[in-house]
Structure formats: C-alpha cells, structure tokens
Write a protein that binds this ligand. Structure first.
Ligand code: 13P
Ligand code: SF4
Length: 430
C-alpha cells in the first residue's frame, strides 16, 4: 500500500466490501462524494448524521458537473495549477480533520487557535481559502483585513455542535440569569462572564464581546476560564458542555457547581438556588464525533496492549469519564505534538477524528497509532470539503470571481473581534 492508500479515509472505505460498509462505517453513504447530499437538508453521512440541522443552516448549491466528473488525479492537477496561477494572492488554510486529498494542498494546517492566528497574520494574501468548517471561516473573516476575502469551499460545512446554541436562546438564558443575579450586579466582580467555545457562530462571539466575555479554543480553555474568574463569580459556557466540564473539573470545581442549561426549560431546568451556587453553567451542547468515545474502548485498548508502552490521548470534547480514563487530553495540536515528541516507539490510542488519526499513523510508522472508536465515522461537516469544491473555488478565483465568500455582518464584526482578541491574548499552556 502507498502512504496515500493507507491513510485516506475515503480509500479505506472504498477498500471495504459493500457488505462490510454497514458494519465497519457509521454510514454506508460515506463512500459517496459530498455533492450527492447538497440538495438534502442534513449534515450528511458521518458522526452528526442524526443531529437536527437548523433550517437556517447555510446550504451549498450544486457543484458544476465538470468538477463532479474529474478523477482524483485531475482534480489534484487542477488545484496545483490554480495555486500556481494565483501565487501570493492565495493562502489555503486547513484544519487537521480535513481529508488527505485536501491537506496536501494547504499552506498551513493547524488547530482552531493556530488557524485563527494564521488568518490574522496572512495579510499579503488577497484570498484566504479556508478548508475547515463555517465558524472557522467566520473567525478568519473577522480577523483578516477588509481587503481580503475568505472563502469556504462548501457552504454546507457547518458544525453540528456550533448549531446547538443560537443567539436568541443564549440571549433568553442571559436575561434569566441577570434576573437571578440581580442582587449581585454592584459587586466587585460581574455575577457571570459569558465564554463561548470557538465552535460557535460569529453572532455568539459578538454576544460575548458585548457582555464582557471571551472566546476559547480547546487549547487555551484553562487560561480563558482563569481570565473569566478574575472578572466574574461564574461562567456561562457554551455550546460544548464537555469541554466546559472537563476544564472546570481540572480547576477543582465540583460537578455540583456545574448545572446544565436546557434552553427550552425555564431557568434552563435549574432552581434559583442551584444557579446562585453555580460556578460554571454549562450549555447542553456536544460534539457527535467525540461523544462516540467510551471508557469501554479505553479499557479494551488497555487490555489489548497491556504489556506495551500505551498512551491514551483524547480530545477534551469527549465526555468527562472518557477524559478521566485517558492518560492525557488536549487539542488536536496537543495530540499531534505528543506523538511527534515521543522518542520511544509507543502505542497511541487516540480519541479524536479519524482523518487526523490515520494521517498521524501514516506519518509516524515507528509508533502504533489507532482511533479508539473501531467504527470509521468522520466528522460529517469536515468531510464536506472535497477536492472538487476546492478546485471549483480556485478556478473561479483565477477567472476573477469570488464564490462562497464568508462575510460576517458588520454589526457582529466589531464585538466578535473584541472577544477574539481576548482569546488570542490568552495563550495555550501546553
Ligand atoms: P481543535 O481546536 O482542537 O482543533 O478542535 C476543533 C474541533 O472542532 C474539534 O472538534
Ligand atoms: Fe464540530 Fe465535532 Fe466536527 Fe469539530 S468534530 S467540527 S466540534 S462536529
């Protein structure tokens, strides 16, 4: 097998017999290309398949026929040619979860924090083509200059977790919290500081900017929570309950002081007393990729490799029992570095998205690296970025046309930028 055959999730699925696709992948439709789902309302096959997509979620129009018919090699050539023509005017940014066929064209690959920084510092490029998901492209638009355009090759590449919190629901929550904490308004510290995970809409980042809050990523969440507790008595953390819980627990906050906020229930399903006693109020959101990881999978890995040098590393979007059963947890870049820095041959059992895990396995053959989840189940929305879409948006740029531009409304830009600049100043610890 060539490295490419070995690592590409698409190739891996294609190698399975049709009958195996039902048992070894979470959805046998994964062998199809993403444009097969452009017209359907849903996240597409993959981990978020059964999550409810909001009606307002951006959709992608049909990809021109030509790009649906080109072979992988032809698409590769086309992308390379367009990149050569666009030269310094173009920068392609990519997240670690992207498929290999995209990663090889990216000028920079990183985690969410690094990609936000990259968007801020690529001022000479006229166009930033963002191979990741919608909230990342929005962030790039906010942090880049007004003269730059940010392009998301497939507009349907959203994030089901980000969609679990919308502005009206968060505003309704905030209003109720302000009433509960009315008698604390004049204290030295604010009663509550809003913290949004990077995986959220620009409107929610702006909400945080307007209300003395901040954005965090998985790599700097601990620094951000400390920032928030210097200014407030509590934190409202959205949308990812697991990241919020894992980081707060590591800071010594007890689960009893972390009520869950159910947006459809009055007071989020909590009593006033519980909210007054709270330290971190957790929005009831989650990532469907990371919720697949279990303590049973970790126990199995420990059993299978009991006489070997095993390290279990998971992303902090995994549920708390999984993070606690693992040896380490950290952002996608933390996971990458942990593997890169290991000097002895090691068995790494990883709890994060399959494209990244397979790539790390191919790049570092001195280690044994596998995904804790035995079923092939990529992030449904990262999978939407296919070389066909990348070739199309680049060819359009060559022709002087900007398609699929992500433009955050002016009313959100200013305040979202405040919250993002606070985030960029809160450096990751490791
Ligand atoms: P990272 O910031 O760790 O790359 O995580 C982004 C993400 O969406 C994980 O699901
Ligand atoms: Fe969103 Fe989860 Fe995909 Fe990350 S892995 S983009 S949180 S759905």
């Amino acid at each position: 097998m060539t490295a490419e055959t070995k690592t590409s999730v698409k190739n891996l699925i294609n190698l399975l017999a049709p009958t195996q696709r039902d048992t070894q992948t979470c959805n046998s439709q994964l062998q199809k290309d993403p444009w097969a789902f452009d017209a359907t309302l849903g996240y597409g096959p993959g981990a978020s398949d059964t999550d409810t997509i909001p009606l307002s979620a951006p959709r992608q129009g049909p990809l021109p026929q030509l790009y649906r018919e080109l072979s992988d090699e032809q698409l590769h050539e086309r992308i390379q040619q367009a990149k050569a023509t666009l030269g310094e005017d173009l920068v392609i940014l990519g997240h670690f979860y992207q498929r290999d066929e995209i990663v090889k064209h990216a000028d920079f690959i990183g985690d969410s924090f690094q990609l936000a920084n990259a968007a801020l510092t690529r001022e000479s490029a006229k166009h930033i083509v963002f191979c990741g998901v919608h909230f990342m492209a929005e962030t790039a638009d906010i942090l880049s200059t007004d003269d730059q355009s940010v392009i998301l090759p497939n507009l349907a590449a959203g994030c089901s977790m980000a969609d679990m919190a919308d502005l009206p629901s968060v505003e309704a929550c905030w209003e109720q919290l302000m009433e509960v904490y009315a008698d604390e308004q004049d204290g030295e510290k604010a009663p509550v500081i809003p913290v949004t995970y990077m995986n959220s809409s620009a409107a929610l980042k702006a909400f945080c900017g307007r209300n003395g809050g901040i954005v965090c990523t998985s790599s700097n969440a601990a620094t951000v929570l400390e920032w928030a507790f210097e200014r407030g008595q509590r934190v409202l953390f959205f949308p990812d309950q697991h990241l919020g819980r894992n980081i707060a627990k590591a800071m010594g906050i007890s689960e009893e002081q972390m009520p869950l906020w159910w947006s459809k229930k009055p007071l989020g399903g909590n009593s006033e007393a519980e909210l007054k006693d709270a330290k971190v109020i957790l929005w009831n959101g989650f990532c469907s990729v990371h919720k697949r990881f279990t303590t049973a999978q970790i126990a199995q890995a420990r059993e299978d490799y009991k006489d070997q040098n095993l390290r279990v590393i998971v992303h902090p979007e995994c549920p708390a029992p999984v993070v606690e059963a693992a040896d380490e947890s950290g952002s996608t870049d933390y996971i990458r570095r942990a593997i890169e820095d290991a000097t002895e041959p090691t068995v790494f059992a990883i709890g994060t998205e399959i494209n990244m895990v397979n790539r790390l396995a191919a790049e570092t053959p001195q280690h044994t690296i596998f995904c804790l989840d035995p079923v092939i189940c990529p992030c449904s929305t990262m999978y939407r970025i296919h070389p066909g879409y990348l070739a199309w948006v680049l060819d359009e740029l060559v022709e002087g046309r900007v398609v699929n531009q992500i433009q955050v409304p002016a009313e959100d830009q200013e305040h979202a930028k405040i919250a993002l600049e606070r985030m960029l100043a809160a450096k990751p610890r490791n």
